[in-house]
Design a protein around this ligand. Structure first.
Ligand code: AKG
Length: 311
């Protein structure tokens, strides 16, 4: 799929403010209002539609087919690839993180009209073979997103120094092959090999049962400091890789809710062999056979610096 669009604006509509940067570091998330030029919003829409039209083996039909969560959609849509490589998103995340940044991977969340599937509370950290603090997501949508189907985070939870168990993956306590996979995990090769690209689903991974379960936030909403936002196209929601987040749902909406979520890594992010890996590594990384503790930025052919505060 090609994108027949001309030159695109390289800069954001405005600078990220010091106050927004402080909010991101304090709260673990921030809504940056009206920062992404309309041309990029349109390209994101075209890219998400292209990705939805081309389901591949990495896509997951969830919630009775009303929800698709695609891994690495920029790999199959030139428009999304351009969004990642050329849009001001890299600069926006780099300014918020105050670090050089490299693109790690992306996801598409596509929710059909009707009863909108919620995204349950989770933390992203435990899904990837990654370790480090400088992890940030940029979440954009070409659609207005009402507060009751939008993202929420537990304010400050990125600083709790807790890694919670993922919600997906096979349970090593009850599934023999998952237990074997978990127990035989080493630093020599990821649990999910390159071959998993042919067959991957959320059930391919092994849930690390030694990690604590995500607290039942919905049952105890008053006990948590929850923030969320109504979203308009042109906004960018930034949230920290360790923050507990979810998306509201279980309400009837007339609109499709399309979203692109790109994950970016800063200076301190290293590779970590997780015995309980859920999402496969970015494909180019398999050639390098990374070891636990190796900085991602040691692999510049896979993870080139996308934006650097030093210019
Ligand atoms: O858009 C959603 O429903 C959830 C987004 C999310 O969990 C993420 O971007 O990590």
């Amino acid at each position: 799929m090609t994108s027949n669009v001309g030159p695109m604006p390289a800069t954001a509509l405005r600078m990220v403010t010091d106050e927004e940067i402080a909010s991101f570091h304090r709260d673990g998330a921030v809504l940056i209002k009206q920062v992404l030029p309309a041309e990029w919003v349109q390209l994101a829409a075209a890219g998400l539609d292209a990705a939805i039209a081309e389901p591949d083996v990495m896509s997951a039909e969830l919630a009775n087919g009303t929800l698709r969560v695609d891994q690495f959609p920029a790999a199959k849509s030139n428009q999304l690839r351009r969004l990642v490589d050329e849009s001001p998103i890299a600069e926006i995340v780099g300014r918020a993180l105050q670090s050089p940044v490299t693109f790690y991977m992306d996801q598409m969340f596509h929710k059909l009209p009707g009863l909108v599937a919620p995204t349950p509370w989770h933390q992203d950290t435990c899904y990837y073979n990654l370790d480090g603090h400088d992890l940030i997501r940029a979440w954009v949508s070409p659609d207005p997103v009402a507060r009751n189907v939008s993202l929420e985070v537990v304010r400050g939870s990125h600083l709790w120094n807790a890694t919670y168990a993922p919600l997906a993956g096979r349970n090593a306590a009850t599934n023999e092959s998952a237990r074997d996979q978990f127990e035989s995990a080493t630093d020599d090769a990821p649990v999910l090999g390159r071959d998993v690209y042919q067959t991957w689903s959320y059930a391919s991974g092994v849930r690390d049962q030694s990690l604590p379960p995500v607290p039942d936030i919905d049952a105890n909403r008053d006990s948590f400091d929850i923030i969320g936002w109504e979203y308009e196209p042109g906004d960018v929601i930034l949230f920290h890789g360790h923050v507990l987040h979810s998306a509201l749902g279980d309400v009837v909406s007339e609109r499709t809710r399309r979203a692109h979520a790109s994950l970016w890594a800063g200076r301190d992010v290293c590779y970590l062999h997780r015995a309980g890996q859920i999402i496969p590594d970015p494909i180019g990384l398999y050639d390098h056979e990374p070891k636990t503790g190796q900085p991602l930025m040691d692999f510049p052919d896979v993870f080139p610096i996308a934006w650097d505060p030093a210019g």
